[in-house]
Design a protein around this ligand. Structure first.
Ligand SMILES: [Fe+2]
Length: 249
């Protein structure tokens, strides 16, 4: 009972994946919704997060960066004036970079790293992975020295009939991210998600929240489900990993 209380009332959690940056993708519609989302994150116990608006190479050109910077400045200003502790939430600017063929050699990948560092959140294709995808991942890591956080790994897993490419990707030093929502809700989805944890994937959590209605901040709910199934020490190890990673971003 006591352990559950500690888990439930944790106030210093990190969200590594969210669409809270206003009016740039299919996430927050504007500043007002962004501030509401941040208030929800704060109420949920999150005090640090990475802003990860979608980046699609085929439609987002160089203009993406100006727009993203402008939205980021607007958000920081609004956070300062919002009160209720919202200005104390620590945010880092990144992107959720949708995989594209040849991304392993694309110059733009450097600019898409989180907080102008060396970590990048990569969204892999929702299909059977192949050798070209593995090769791009390998190039990003080995030739470019980019450290990859692989977004919501549970969402690609059902497509991998041939597991060899999946196994190759996760044999590399990548950081798997899972959505908190993967551990909440439908039984089949939950079972699949826990299977990934049981296979040893050392994950960090993200909410992947998009709005205040249907895809809301939910780190605490997901974390509570993981604690209930795998125990307090499992989530504490996960928290520690998240702390170390966030500092490196
Ligand atoms: Fe996302």
């Amino acid at each position: 009972m006591r352990a559950k209380k500690i888990i439930d009332t944790k106030r210093d959690m990190i969200d590594f994946h969210c669409h809270i940056l206003p009016a740039i993708d299919d996430g927050s519609s504007g500043i007002e919704e962004s501030i509401k989302l941040l208030a929800m994150e704060r109420d949920d116990g999150v005090d640090r997060l990475v802003l990860t608006p979608h980046f699609y190479a085929e439609k987002d050109g160089k203009g993406y960066f100006n727009k993203r910077e402008k939205r980021y400045m607007q958000l920081l200003e609004a956070m300062e004036g919002a009160g209720s502790g919202i200005g104390d939430i620590q945010v880092k600017l990144g992107a959720e970079v949708c995989y594209f063929p040849g991304c392993g050699e694309a110059d733009i990948m450097d600019q898409l790293c989180i907080n102008e560092g060396r970590y990048l959140l990569l969204e892999m294709p929702f299909m059977q992975w192949d050798k070209n995808m593995v090769s791009d991942v390998e190039d990003l890591i080995e030739k470019r020295d980019i450290r990859l956080i692989i977004a919501h790994i549970e969402r690609y897993f059902p497509y991998q009939k041939d597991m060899s490419y999946w196994n190759e990707v996760f044999s590399m030093p990548v950081i798997p991210q899972m959505n908190a929502g993967a551990f909440i809700g439908k039984w089949l989805k939950r079972r699949r998600s826990f299977k990934l944890l049981n296979q040893g994937h050392e994950i960090v959590l993200g909410s992947d929240c998009h709005n205040v209605v249907s895809r809301r901040p939910n780190i605490t709910s997901g974390r509570r489900e993981i604690a209930a199934k795998l125990g307090k020490s499992f989530v504490l190890t996960m928290d520690k990993r998240a702390e170390v990673l966030f500092e490196q971003l």
